[in-house]
Design a protein around this ligand. Structure first.
Ligand code: SF4
Length: 334
């Protein structure tokens, strides 16, 4: 059946799930077409109504910087990219300082990220110590390697509210991780009572609309705190940079289609890196970043690609979005 924007908008208004073919058709529209802009407006309407117009800014910092043997081609930490040669890590005091600084800036959730080879026991200790220093209502989220149920339970016991975990596009082909391990980890985190946020990432020009539609539906399948879409950033000096980068407009289109394809129980719709066009297209979650960042060649991303909490809020305001004050509502999900 030929694509009809009227039918698509009606189906979205009625909250009737979209099929893979319908999602693929929406993704196949030219990003600057009237139809794509209508889908972006509809995505913003949904995001606004699900959150009472309260977008969220989350803050992430890395506990360590280390050449990582998992060799995800898009990551500046990957050994194969040869960008960072030396390992470094925050002291326990610095971990707490980073977290409390983000808390004082008013982020709605704080993420602690570690590379795949960071010692797990040490990470749990850092979470426990940080949790003890934060306000009880502050949302503390982990961005860690794959875990079985036992590890996920330890993270929950240490004081995490949730995790960020994604099955990346072409996982196992462009990354050194196994798709099944990623999926199993998501199940383990959920079984341990951790709320999982996710994303369709990192999108490059080579990914087909079918591939993206399949991944959008995978994220919908486990009812995350948020889904969304993020483009792959060209990290200078990496082989994968030759594949290029999608435009912000194309990313906004994918963000909007993702919103339409998610069930309404998924209230968050993220995008990265932050841009006001994304917020205008239904993104309601941006990340501020501190320290090491897998898309940056600077050791401290605040001197490079990283966005501050204030800048993220400004970008939301530029898209006429309200901003939540207080702990993340996305991670309140049960
Ligand atoms: S994305 Fe994670 S697992 Fe992959 S190379 Fe980077 S730090 Fe390692």
């Amino acid at each position: 059946m030929a694509f009809s924007i009227q039918d698509t908008l009606k189906q979205s208004h009625d909250a009737v799930p979209f099929s893979k073919q319908q999602i693929t058709d929406m993704l196949a529209l030219p990003p600057d077409s009237v139809e794509s802009y209508a889908i972006m407006a509809e995505a913003k309407r949904i995001s606004k109504s699900l959150t009472q117009d309260r977008a969220e800014v989350h803050g992430q910092f890395a506990i360590n910087l280390s050449p990582c043997p998992k060799n995800c081609k898009f990551c500046s930490f990957a050994v194969c990219n040869g960008i960072f040669k030396k390992a470094s890590q925050l002291s326990p005091e610095e971990v707490v300082e980073h977290a409390t600084m983000l808390e004082s800036q008013g982020v709605n959730a704080i993420y602690i990220m570690a590379t795949a080879n960071y010692p797990f026991g040490k990470f749990c200790e850092a979470v426990q110590e940080t949790r003890a220093q934060l306000k009880p209502e502050t949302m503390l989220i982990g961005n860690v390697s794959d875990q079985e149920l036992d590890g996920a339970q330890k993270l929950a016991d240490a004081g995490l509210n949730g995790v960020y975990h994604a099955l990346r596009l072409r996982e196992g082909i462009d990354t050194g991780l196994q798709p099944e391990a990623r999926k199993n980890s998501i199940r383990s985190f959920k079984d341990a009572g951790l709320v999982v946020g996710t994303c369709v990432e990192p999108v490059g020009p080579e990914h087909s609309n079918e591939e993206l539609a399949e991944m959008i539906l995978f994220t919908a399948s486990f009812d995350p705190a948020f889904s969304g879409a993020a483009r792959r950033i060209e990290v200078p000096g990496t082989e994968i940079a030759a594949r290029g980068m999608i435009s912000e407009l194309r990313m906004a289109q994918i963000v909007a289609v993702t919103r339409l394809a998610m069930p309404r129980s998924v209230t968050g719709n993220c995008t990265h890196e932050p841009y006001s066009l994304g917020a205008a297209a239904g993104a309601n979650l941006f990340w501020a970043e501190l320290g090491a960042n897998p898309r940056d060649i600077k050791e401290h991303t605040e001197e490079g690609r990283g966005f501050t909490t204030g800048k993220c809020s400004e970008l939301f305001r530029d898209a006429d979005c309200g901003i939540l004050k207080g702990p993340s509502q996305f991670f309140r999900k049960h």
